[in-house]
Design a protein around this ligand. Structure first.
Ligand SMILES: Nc1ncnc2c1ncn2[C@@H]1O[C@H](COP(=O)(O)OP(=O)(O)OP(=O)(O)O)[C@@H](O)[C@H]1O
Ligand SMILES: [Mg+2]
Length: 286
């Protein structure tokens, strides 16, 4: 079953001087096995929305339903099985410091599986496998997570959610502050996890990643849905109505401009694909 977000609003510090409406009336459906990306200017509400997907935050109004479990505004004495929900939906926070709290990488990786009641042998095996998946070897197990570099911390944060094989993996800007090689390694890992059947929900400022991989893209602006559709639809929306802070990749922009001039080319970020389509179109046009 999918994640269904219905009329979700979130107000921080409601009824105080610090009151901030971060989300207003957001609705969307996230399918199992799919790839959804959230894009939007800084402060548009992406992280707030991400934190509703596994009930780190609760709605001020509206609901989030995960495989039929409905999470709405907090009610007195209600019982919610948050453990089951978080086993299905894992969230990698925007800042690794929000996620890492144990003294060793080993303890960090063991935390969730131990909570789910896995045996120690299984935990050891899952921890090694999750570390290897993010490109780190077992020598990292005894390291203190806070003594690692920014990129290493991010990898450990991702490994720590891989140990429980979630159905949905939500990653909040995992490529921020990662160098080109780190970005490629991370994307290869996400592609593999996605191929193996895990749904990916990616929050990113990197539109090339969003356009090249998503089934659907949600574009937020000041907490409201400014666009929801396929990469082609969102690229065309952004071409007509540019949004400050969202930069359409050059190759995609070229494809959009060629289309404006009547060229039959795909809306791609891949220069090879665009060049091939242009050559074909030139032959067709004689
Ligand atoms: N803990 C908080 N308390 C009060 N206001 C908050 C809190 N977290 C976020 N906000 C506010 O809510 C709005 C949405 O913030 P959010 O972090 O969801 O945006 P974002 O799209 O993730 O931004 P960025 O791209 O910078 O990460 C902003 O106005 C922000 O200042
Ligand atoms: Mg954010």
């Amino acid at each position: 079953m999918p994640i269904i977000i219905d009329g979700l609003s979130h107000i921080y510090h409601e009824n105080t001087a610090l009151q901030t409406a971060a989300l207003e009336g957001v609705s969307l459906r996230i399918e199992k096995g799919g790839w959804t990306s959230f894009i939007g200017h800084t402060g548009s509400g992406k992280s707030t929305l991400a934190q509703h997907l596994n009930a780190v935050l609760r709605p001020t109004a509206g609901t989030v339903s995960v495989d039929g479990v409905v999470v709405g505004p907090v009610k007195k004495r209600e019982k919610l099985d948050l453990r089951a929900l978080r086993r299905k939906v894992a969230l990698v926070f925007q800042y690794p410091e929000q996620q890492l709290f144990e003294e060793t990488v080993r303890a960090e990786l063991a935390f969730a599986p131990r909570n789910w009641g896995m045996s120690e042998g299984e935990i050891r095996e899952k921890s090694s496998r999750a570390l290897a998946a993010v490109g780190l070897d077992d020598s990292y197990l005894e390291r203190n997570p806070f003594g690692l570099s920014g990129g290493e911390k991010r990898r450990v944060a991702i490994a720590s959610v891989l140990t429980t094989s979630p159905d949905y993996l939500v990653l909040d800007e995992p490529t921020a502050g990662v160098d080109g090689r780190g970005r490629a390694t991370l994307l290869a890992l996400l592609d593999r996890i996605h191929r193996e059947g895990t749904a990916i929900v990616l929050i990113t400022h990197d539109l090339e990643i969003a356009f090249s991989r998503s089934d659907q893209i949600l574009m937020l602006e000041h907490g409201r849905v400014a666009g929801l559709g396929t990469p082609d639809e969102i690229a065309q929306t952004l071409h007509k109505n540019p949004v400050p802070g969202l930069i359409v990749p050059e190759v995609m922009r070229t494809a959009l401009l060629l289309r404006d001039r009547g060229w039959r080319v795909p809306l791609t970020c891949d220069p090879e694909k665009l060049a091939t389509a242009c050559a074909r179109e030139r032959r067709r046009r004689g």
